[in-house]
Design a protein around this ligand. Structure first.
Ligand SMILES: Nc1ncnc2c1ncn2[C@@H]1O[C@H](COP(=O)(O)OP(=O)(O)OP(=O)(O)O)[C@@H](O)[C@H]1O
Length: 328
């Protein structure tokens, strides 16, 4: 008898994701002990050896909840019993910058990066599912984000891979039950103090009740479509930017004005980031203010951007830098 459907679905997703790795390479599963990454760990332990790969796991102990160290040790044994080797528990210190969730994420990725370097891993697998992707898109919609944000999480970035982006959370849960695995339920995931939890437990169920089932799948599909669109627009903007650059390092406002707004805003955003504006602090309002120097010019003064960057228009040229250029 073959594996049960949920177990098979997770394994197929993992098999597809590992196809390009060379025999003998090490793949690490980032496992929190939750249903998604536990099902991912079990599937990787099964699939990797069949592809000639080695499979290990890393679990990061954020130390934020009582008993987290003991839980991590128990998980180490569960992962070892699945056949993963090595299995590492990495304790981290979580700072405060950007709020508790962002600080935990920063500490986690740093620990995962270090473990991957130290162990020489070719890939690190994350357990984000189709439902996580839908939640990300809904969050972006609620914030009025552009295509890049609505494109959600990429299936790959650097050494990281997300094999389960097309797999529903219900399937990872069923896969755990079918294999006798007991996932840990992070109380934060149900805590309405967190936006993500409210999206998961209130917003998406309300949408499904009003619009019918399939909303999560549709949102994840939107992410896939918008990723292609955003990639195409980014490539267009990169070519357009080169054509807008003036001999003295500014941007020609006539050339900018001739671009479609979606392309122009990307050119301006990129120019601001290159001038030293941190990408994470540069919002649509900032880019729109710079855009007004091009498309709604009425002699307005410099635009201040995060990171001390200033955008200023002089004689048909837009300059972005730490200091406005001296008048010539
Ligand atoms: N403490 C951790 N140690 C290792 N990897 C982690 C940890 N927390 C999260 N991850 C990785 O990041 C992914 C997404 O994290 P997120 O916090 O959304 O998931 P979770 O609900 O805690 O766990 P899961 O996704 O396993 O159900 C996890 O699937 C896992 O691959």
């Amino acid at each position: 008898m073959g594996p049960l459907p949920a177990v098979a679905a997770v394994r197929v997703a993992v098999r597809r994701c590992l196809g390009d790795l060379a025999p003998g390479e090490l793949v690490l599963v980032a496992c929190s002990g939750g249903a998604d990454s536990l099902a991912l760990a079990a599937a990787t332990a099964f699939e990797a050896p069949r592809a000639g790969l080695r499979a290990g796991a890393v679990t990061v102990d954020h130390g934020l909840q009582p008993g987290s160290a003991e839980r991590a040790e128990r998980l180490r044994h569960v992962l070892g019993d699945l056949g993963l080797d090595p299995v590492e528990v990495v304790p981290v210190q979580v700072g405060a910058e950007g709020g508790p969730e962002a600080a935990a994420r920063t500490a986690r990725y740093r620990a995962l990066d270090e473990a991957a370097e130290r162990l020489g891993a070719a890939a690190v697998l994350l357990g984000h599912t189709r439902d996580d992707q839908a939640e990300t898109v809904l969050l972006g919609l609620a914030r009025g984000s552009g295509a890049r944000s609505l494109a959600g999480m990429p299936a790959r970035f650097g050494r990281y891979r997300r094999p389960l982006l097309d797999v529903p959370r219900a399937t990872t849960r069923a896969a755990c039950v079918d294999q006798g695995l007991e996932p840990w339920e992070d109380p934060h995931n149900a805590d309405p103090a967190y936006t993500r939890a409210r999206i998961r437990h209130q917003a998406l169920p309300a949408l499904e009740a009003a619009l019918g089932p399939g909303v999560s799948a549709a949102l994840a599909r939107t992410a896939r479509l918008l990723r292609d669109d955003a990639d195409a627009l980014d490539a267009w903007a990169e070519r357009a930017r080169v054509e807008c650059v003036t001999p003295n390092g500014g941007l020609d406002t006539d050339a900018l004005a001739a671009l479609p707004p979606a392309v122009r805003r990307r050119v301006l955003r990129r120019a601001a980031v290159e001038a030293g504006s941190p990408a994470g602090s540069l919002f649509a309002v900032h880019v729109e203010a710079v855009d007004a120097l091009v498309t709604a010019w009425r002699g307005q003064g410099p635009v201040q951007l995060p990171g001390g960057v200033v955008a200023v228009r002089r004689c048909g040229t837009l300059y972005l830098g730490q200091e406005p250029p001296t008048q010539s």
